[in-house]
Design a protein around this ligand. Sequence first.
Ligand code: NI
Length: 273
Amino acid sequence: MSTSAKSSSKKPRSFFSRLNARYPWLKIIAFLYLSFIVILDLLGLTISRTDNLSDDFPTTPMSKHVKATDRVLKDKKLVALTFDDGPSSTTTPELLDILRDKNALATFFVLGNMANNNPDIVKRAEREGHEIESHTMYHQNLIRTSYEGIKNDIGEAKSVLSSILKHPPTLTRPPYGNYDDRVFELTGTPLILWSVDTEDWKSRDAASVVAIVTQQAYDGAIILLHDIYPSTVEAIPAIIDNLRANGFELVTVSELADNRHIKLSAGESYYGF
Ligand code: NI
């Protein structure tokens, strides 16, 4: 504050020193007021920095609680990209980065044993708005597995996912798309198959995967992909761009069903909506 405030001179005193002499508490008030302003400013800066950070590293670009109907999907055709057999410690994080950067949602049918090895990737995928469902524990061909075998496999996958996500999976994709009445009974969930098969596991060719999705996508399609192949992850940016250029938006399987007012039921299988 004013240096003259400390002056003990009897010469004509400045306005501030007279003020200080008469109201010594004024400078405390002024100090508190200025501190308050500075603190508010710092808080403001902190908040805006957090905002910027969350733009760079969005933890919840679209929460899983936000339904398709709440998002801007008017006049859009919808498709669900689904990724099986992961998560992989290398390709899945790359895929999640791409989906985040493009603000696109997908559904992951994870294997329990893969999820067990990569629980943080599973958590991240869900945190970023994707749907995480069961593709069983060990990818057995369930129609050639004993009743007890199916029961154990499904049960193990459910328990692994429940422990990672703190809730059980609500949908199951049977390996190879094979199922029978025992699978319906023992999963106790709707079965989700697919209507567009990219055969990405066979071609291992990004251009081919892009071409198949772009040509075969239709409103309500469920598209089968595998996030464990680098060629598939490589195809995703072009797939998303092409789909959007053709008027599609990407949603999760549950969002797609919800958008079509279809209540998914245990004991039913779904290939598309
Ligand atoms: Ni599979």
